[in-house]
Design a protein around this ligand. Structure first.
Ligand code: HEC
Length: 231
């Protein structure tokens, strides 16, 4: 009886060792095949932790700031939201240039061409930003908020349009930037809406050109410019 128990114990221990040994051999063969020089367990080579590559699929950076070239003096530097606001407050013209004051206090000039770039080019608000018109496209049937930012006519036609031939809600606040829907959507963090976030709200961009002669102190600054009524 005592011997029987002892036998069971020995057999159990032996079976255990066989199973463990067999498992180790199985793992080794599985990973390394029949070789004694398996390097699978070798330490990983340490590589630089700096992610130095821009994803190859991104469109090329277009902002001078991203490219690190173009001396800052060439263009004005302004908060993108204020830039669009200056255009709206100046009457949102397609042809007429408008003025704005940049963050260095320079009086600068730009036109709808630059506004259009801001709406239709990627990487403009910040590195990696989507073009507004990639969502708000000319096809109002699929565009979010039925808003087309791809052209001047589209911007003026507004949002929530029932079809491509009708106008919708004015997004320019009838020339009053602070009251406009557009201001609301680019000046406050709308994190729950894709494409709208605080990177847009805070974006500082290089745009427009300083006026050739520094304005005399008596000249009106961009903030004092009386909005020209839209025709
Ligand atoms: C990733 C897609 C996407 C991008 C990019 C995008 N938007 Fe939007 N936008 C939306 C969505 C979604 C809504 C909300 C639609 C709704 O409420 O039905 C919206 C709403 C708006 C509205 C509100 C219209 C209204 O009447 O409610 C404005 C204005 C607007 N966007 C302007 C912009 C501007 C300017 C840009 C570029 C800086 C931009 N959007 C970029 C998706 C986008």
């Amino acid at each position: 009886m005592k011997d029987d128990v002892r036998k069971y114990i020995y057999v159990t221990i032996l079976a255990f060792l066989v199973v463990v040994g067999g498992w180790v051999i199985f793992l080794f063969l599985n990973a390394c095949d029949f070789t004694f020089t398996c390097k699978r367990g070798a330490l990983l080579i340490e590589r630089t932790p700096v992610p130095s590559l821009i994803p190859a699929t991104m469109p090329a950076a277009t902002q001078p700031s991203d490219l690190g070239q173009a001396p800052a003096s060439e263009h004005c530097r302004v908060r993108a939201v204020d830039f669009v606001g200056a255009w709206v407050n100046a009457g949102a013209s397609e042809e007429e240039p408008f003025q704005f004051t940049d963050i260095n206090g320079q009086t600068c000039s730009a036109s709808y061409v630059e506004i259009n770039q801001l709406f239709t080019q990627s990487n403009y608000w910040y590195s990696g930003s989507l073009a507004c018109s990639s969502c708000h496209s000319a096809d109002v049937a699929v565009s979010p908020a039925q808003l087309d930012l791809s052209s001047y006519a589209g911007v003026l036609a507004g949002s929530r349009r029932e079809s491509a031939d009708v106008k919708g809600t004015d997004i320019l606040g009838k020339g009053n930037w602070a009251n406009s829907v557009l201001y609301k959507y680019v000046s406050a963090n709308q994190a729950d809406i894709p494409g709208h976030n605080n990177l847009i709200t805070d974006a500082l961009i290089y745009i427009g050109n300083p006026l050739a002669t520094p304005a005399p102190t008596s000249a009106p600054t961009a903030t004092e410019i009386v909005p020209t009524p839209t025709p």
